[in-house]
Design a protein around this ligand. Structure first.
Ligand SMILES: [Zn+2]
Length: 162
């Protein structure tokens, strides 16, 4: 089982590079990412979170499950929606569980990319799925949800993080 990297690990602040080989190793990696995500009851996990600096993520949220490779996330509806958001990589250092904070995200997005066999995907999302796509895509750019918070809120979260 792959360990989940936590804030302070440089891999989480490093922009990931595109996946180039759609091979057996990639399919194995995706299976490992799902296993790591489910082991901690997560709803999304990006490559850098298990130390793999590649542009891909997996998700299973509100009954919608999948993976996206070399994703592009474009905003269709920029209306900001503020809702509780947390991250497996930003845990409470005492409890180990994710720290949550009200986080603004665009209401609607379209995610494009490829599946593990290299077939193009296009997914329109609103609500929690749109939030998840934006959150996971940020990971691929070396960004974390705390970067989206007002400064005081971010500080309060980071005080409890490792
Ligand atoms: Zn995260």
């Amino acid at each position: 089982m792959r360990d989940i990297r936590v804030i302070g690990d440089p891999v989480l602040r490093t922009p990931a590079t595109p996946v180039t080989d759609f091979d057996r190793d990639l399919r194995r990696l995706i299976n490992e990412m799902f296993a790591a995500m489910y082991s901690v009851d997560g709803v999304g996990l990006a490559g850098p979170q298990i130390g793999v600096s590649r542009r891909l993520f997996v998700y299973d949220i509100s009954g919608r499950k999948g993976h996206l490779i070399n994703p592009e996330v474009t905003v269709d509806d920029p209306e900001p929606i503020v809702d509780e958001e947390g991250c497996l990589s930003v845990p409470d250092r005492a409890k180990g569980s994710p720290l949550y904070a009200p986080t603004p995200r665009a209401a609607g997005v379209t995610a494009t990319g490829f599946d593990k066999l290299g077939r193009p995907l296009r997914i329109k999302a609103r609500g929690t799925l749109a939030r998840c796509f934006q959150h996971e895509n940020d990971h691929l750019n070396g960004e974390l949800y705390v970067d989206r918070l007002p400064r005081e809120t971010a500080r309060a979260v980071l005080l409890q993080a490792p």
